[in-house]
Design a protein around this ligand. Sequence first.
Ligand SMILES: Cc1ncc(COP(=O)(O)O)c(C=O)c1O
Length: 400
Amino acid sequence: MTDWVAEEHRYLFQNYGRQPVVIDRGEGTRVWDTDGKEYLDFVGGLAVNALGHAHPVVAAALAEQSKQLIHTSNIYYTKPMIELAKLLVENSCFDRVFFCNSGAEAIEAAIKLARRWGHDTRNGAFEIIAFEDGFHGRSTGALAATGTARYRDPFAPLMPGFSHVPWNDLAAVKAATNERTVAILVEPIQGEAGVNMPAEGFLRGLRDWCDERNMLLIFDEIQTGVGRTGTLWAYEQEGVEPDIMAVAKGLAGGVPIGAILAREALAAHLVKGDHGTTFGANPLATAAGLATMRYIIDNKVPAQGARGSERLVARLRSMEDRLPVVTEVRGRGMLIAVGLSRDCSAEVVEACRQRGLLANNPRPNAIRLMPPLNTTDDEIDRACDILEAAIVAVTSVPAK
Ligand SMILES: Cc1ncc(COP(=O)(O)O)c(C=O)c1O
């Protein structure tokens, strides 16, 4: 029998810390490994699989589109990209969409649009304020925006023009602003940092500050968008509309895609020849995106995720009473973290895996859960049972 882990070690770059499981197939919130073992997948492709694995609507769209047209070029028009853009515009506060292939690429596009606008209207202002612990991707521009020095430093010098201020600190944002500042880039909820919530009024404060200083507000909704937090876009819950929104992850049901959205007057600054990518708006990806987004919108899937979240959060909160190591349950919709008083999240994730649950440890003291939005009550209950058993197993052993 093939030892897939050994083969991976032999042939791939060793830049990922992979869990020792070879996932072979999935259906809904469940996956099976190559030994046939079943897992509840509460990682969901890192907040990608909004509708779960092998959703029939997404699968059918891919099958049909692959027989018709997989790829042409952005020097031509195709139907799926236009239909998906129309759907996104009709279901957001924006007028136009630019498609690319990943979250990092969406951030690159947002940076270029902001700089182009600064060049055209703000006397060449180009600096962007971002946040400590914020995550925006691994390409060099997105990495410059990312607020974790450990990710950035080995690749210095990165693109200049970024500063990082503490999360939730509006006074620090104001102090960091100067006449060269063109934009503020922020995740509505910091996902990779361990699901850090915005303080009440923080995002509104950023909006007001941008308006006062004629700067752009860029929301990175790559993780929070597509229903993840209980509404189609996280900005809806804050009563704050950004100037640019970057999305990716869940947008095409697991097929690589990214996009930025903006209003007409801003989008007009990116003119012919300013930006592009070969695979952007690819018919296969946008057909998958159209099927995914239509299904999510028509079936009110974000609300379904919000209902599931209530059950998930209630179950997790009840653990706080029984397990002193559980200090906090935070997040919104199907983007939830369990805070721990000990740095044992890796051990808990391992104990969950052994018991048939895939969970994620973005921080040594935090477990993150990002199941599909249509995860059933029974699956939520079973996942919570496993998580609780795993935490008990790990924490009943005294810390080293
Ligand atoms: C908020 C946020 N921005 C950007 C990215 C980068 O997206 P990608 O990995 O598709 O490049 C991620 C990925 O986790 C993310 O969570």
